[in-house]
Design a binder for this molecule. Structure first.
Ligand code: ARG
Ligand code: ZN
Length: 844
């Protein structure tokens, strides 16, 4: 069944209030619901249909009288009065058998829920759609020491607890948690003086991993007040860490539930990257309280209304807490690695899709990350003041509502007087625009001409030109900035912009801060790229110049068997040795483009990427770079080593990132001596992990890998690192075998998404290993996806996307992948989730 945006119809009934009673039992939980419905006078459709899946209906009553409900596909129907009535139902569910981790399920003996997007219908019969909002009162009966739900506690006693959430909400924000939990407490006083009790709830033993998350939460609350003027609206804010979780985290009202990997942190067990990610996700979920909960989505087609905006807000937060340019560079790397391939392949869809079979398949990089890019463009086009003016209007006008992208754009139009009809194409068109740039200089006038086009994804129409904000600055040949950043608005298919009064032909710095999610195509030289790497005043474009240079060098190595470009190696050496430069920036410039990125670049230029050749070029390049830097590496290593107690701040993280890059180069030359010393003396995971990774990459880490296992075998999150690292470091010909062996390991499990992703995600992420000519990587992933599908469809479907780039490769690999995709599709009882993903990949 396919659902369409154009078919939207409001529900015919108002839900006045919801009262739920849970009698908890692992295999037979009873859920009693008492829901007051009032028929809408103006309803176009008064069919009384309630969603429900995998429920055993015990009884149904209307106004106290038993009724017979008709069970239909996906729910039930019932004849109901034309006036307000009380619906009561009792159902039984089996949380312990729920391995899909959607609805009410159990994780390590603890009850928890995940209702977004359509999990509430596995808890009770209900109009499970985001535009149906109501207040919830919840009573939990059971013998669990801690029993939580949304909102404020209203009573508790031996074997029961009651909760009331005064804010009307859609069912997808419902949450319940019960189990043996301990809390790390905190508090926050809001700007209007209200004290909010904060808690992070964890399993006993994890208490020591909560402090960082608590600080991140307080910083988020303060930041949202300072920057957006938004205050928290309940007396209590709870976060719970759960080991078995399909996604990162969930913004349930007043009761956020987190994948434990996205909240638990300690210096001994978490890397700098983990700390940064945890801080960002805590902020993201907290920010949803306004952008998502107070203002929610009318239907799931509007998902990017809350996700794009909330990702945009959490990126602003991270930029403010840490380094703005570093955050931007990291985000663009991620966008190109995850969203561009999606947008250019068979799974392409606009940020606001118009059809889906399974909405869980649309929690994508396009909805989230491109959704956030679209908001960044909007902000750049209207300016900061107008942006916040529009946002104020959004909160004022739509608080308590379930909204659409049209509502969102309308507040910008009303606040700024700007016509956004062309801008709206960003929401409705799929595909990454390509922007071709050419230049002309004569008599002091410099002209930039842009041409935009978007290759239409199969089955989609020709694309109309979009509004593309292009931030441009000009540099003189001696490196001075002669024109500060200016935003050019490209609105036509082809358009020119001129700059007068220039003394000589300038060097342009185009798409500063990556002002639009496009592919820029411009004929330029490596010496101009090196010039920008040295002189651009925009840090993003300085990095971008280095990145483009690195790509050119690597592409030339792959295509012509060229040696690594000497001028580039010199430029790198100069930058790495320049202690005036920010270490985090140097670390980024020193991190080569990923092999999959090179494959994508080759594909964009009409070549068929050969993963083995790309791998060999990467190896040769890194080895040559190590040799070039040989004499300075020991000094650089010493100079970038961070002494003293570990602090997970941006400064330290930047230094450690550079130090780790240098260690990995050094390890190629010194037989692993320095890395072994670092491994032995490390008192934090960042340095321990960096040393282990360097050693394993050089095939010198067997002893340390064993020791690591011994030390950390009881820590599930650290063990995920151990599983993933072995596969990430494996040579192409042994990657699949390594992954296969790890699936036989006693600690491997299909039931824990983190562990499954650690192994299968690392397999898919090892470009040359996954795409090894034997086809063993494809086969292993397909086998495991087939096995996982009956356990956990959502995670299976998500991981199928590893195959989305298949049309990039040669016909032999395409045939191998096609065989695997067809094998998956032929599996009996394949889930709707996986079926949709695989058939989309096959049909394009
Ligand atoms: N709304 C959550 C977040 O972005 C993601 C939950 C998605 N869950 C799902 N089953 N698709 O913070
Ligand atoms: Zn979100």
């Amino acid at each position: 069944q396919t659902f369409y945006l154009k078919d939207y119809k409001p529900f015919g009934y108002e839900v006045e209030s919801v009262k739920l009673t849970f009698q908890l039992s692992p295999n037979a939980t009873k859920v009693h619901s008492a829901i007051r419905f009032t028929p809408k006078a103006d309803a176009e459709d008064n069919r009384f249909f309630l969603h429900g899946e995998q429920l055993s209906l015990i009884s149904a009553k209307i106004d106290g009288t038993p009724v017979t409900a008709r069970l239909v596909d996906g729910g039930l129907e019932c004849d109901v009065p034309r006036t307000s009535f009380l619906w009561e139902a009792e159902v039984e569910i089996d949380p312990a058998a729920n391995t899909a981790l959607e609805g009410l399920y159990m994780s390590n003996g603890m009850y928890c829920t995940q209702c977004e997007a359509e999990g509430f219908r596995k808890i009770t019969y209900y109009p499970d759609r985001p535009d149906v909002m109501s207040t919830f009162t919840v009573r939990i009966e059971g013998d669990e020491p801690v029993m939580l739900s949304n909102g404020n506690p209203t009573g508790a006693g031996e074997g029961w607890a009651e909760w009331h959430d005064p804010w009307p909400k859609p069912a997808y924000l419902f949450a319940l948690v019960a189990g043996d939990l301990v809390n790390h407490p905190g508090s926050f006083t809001t700007k209007s003086g209200k004290e909010v009790e904060l808690n992070i709830w964890v399993r006993p033993g994890d208490e020591g991993k909560c402090a960082f998350g608590m600080e991140a939460l307080k910083k988020s609350m303060k930041w949202d007040e300072d920057v957006y003027g938004l205050e928290y609206d309940l007396d209590l804010f709870n976060i719970v860490a759960v080991d078995d979780f399909n996604m990162g985290a969930m913004e349930n009202k007043g009761l956020n539930i987190f994948n434990s990997s996205c909240v638990l942190a300690s210096p001994e067990t978490s890397t700098d990257a983990n700390f940064e990610r945890i801080e960002a996700i805590i902020a993201h979920e907290y920010f949803h309280n306004w952008t998502g909960n107070r203002i929610t989505c009318r239907d799931w087609f509007q998902l990017c209304l809350k996700e794009g905006l909330t990702v945009f807000r959490d990126a602003q937060f991270t930029a403010d807490m840490r380094s703005e340019p570093v955050k931007r560079i990291e985000d663009v790397i991620a966008l190109r690695a995850r969203q561009f391939p999606e947008d250019g392949g068979p799974l392409a869809h606009p940020p606001r899709p118009e059809e889906f079979q399974e909405i869980n398949n649309f929690y994508t990089a396009t909805v989230y990350e491109k959704g956030a890019e679209v908001i960044g463009m909007l902000k750049r086009l209207v300016g900061d003041d107008n942006y916040y003016k529009a946002l104020n209007l959004y909160f004022e006008r739509h608080d308590g509502q379930a909204c659409t992208i049209e509502d969102w754009l309308k507040v910008f139009e009303d606040a700024t007087g700007r016509d956004l009809s062309q801008f709206k194409l960003w929401y409705s068109q799929a595909g990454t625009p390509r922007v071709k740039v050419s230049e002309e200089y004569a008599d002091g006038t410099y002209t930039l001409t842009f041409e935009q086009s978007t290759p239409p994804p199969p089955g989609q129409p020709e694309k109309a030109p979009r509004v593309i904000p292009i931030a441009v600055g000009l540099l003189s040949p001696n490196g001075d900035e002669v024109r500060a950043t200016e935003v050019l608005e490209l609105t036509e298919a082809k358009q020119s912009f001129t700059f007068d009064g220039l003394a000589s032909k300038p060097v342009p710095s185009i798409l500063r801060e990556f002002s639009a999610p496009v592919i820029l195509e411009r004929e330029t030289t490596n010496s101009e790229r090196a010039f920008l790497l040295a002189h651009d005043t925009d840090p993003f474009n300085r990095w971008e110049a280095g990145n483009a240079l690195a790509k050119e060098v690597r592409v030339a190595m792959v295509l012509d068997g060229a040696a690594p470009d000497a001028a580039y190696l010199d430029a790198l050496e100069k930058l790495v040795r320049d202690d005036e430069q920010d270490p985090a920036f140097r670390a980024l410039v020193l991190s080569p483009p990923s092999q999959s990125d090179i494959a994508q670049t080759l594909h964009e230029r009409g070549h068929t990427p050969d993963p083995q050749k790309i791998y060999d070029a990467a190896e040769t390049f890194t080895q040559t770079l190590a040799q070039q830097l040989e004499t300075s590496l020991p000094r650089l290593y010493a100079a970038t080593t961070v002494e003293g107690p570990y602090v997970p701040d941006a400064d330290g993280a930047g230094k450690r990132a550079l130090n780790s890059r240098i260690l990995s180069l050094l390890t190629r030359l010194d037989g692993g001596e320095q890395a072994a010393r670092q491994y032995a003396s490390a008192d934090n995971m960042t340095q321990q992990y960096a040393a282990l990774a360097a050693l394993m990459k050089a095939e010198k880490g067997e002893a340390q890998s064993k020791a690591f296992f011994e030390q950390w075998q009881d820590d599930r999150l650290v063990m995920d690192k151990w599983f993933a690292l072995q596969i990430a470091c494996a040579a192409p010909e042994t990657t699949a075998a390594t992954a296969k062996e790890l699936t036989q390991h006693p600690l491997f499990s299909m039931k824990n998404p983190n562990r499954f992703r650690a192994v299968m995600g690392a397999l898919a992420g090892n470009h040359a290993g996954f795409h090894h000519a034997s086809g063993a990587g494809y086969q292993l992933l397909a086998e495991n996806l087939i096995a996982l599908d009956s356990v956990n469809p959502q995670t299976t479907a998500r991981m199928c996307a590893a195959f989305q780039t298949w049309k990039r490769y040669d016909s032999k690999r395409q045939a191998q992948i096609q065989t695997e995709l067809e094998r998956i599709l032929a599996t009996s009882d394949l889930s709707r989730d996986t079926h949709e993903m695989v058939s989309r990949m096959l049909s394009a």
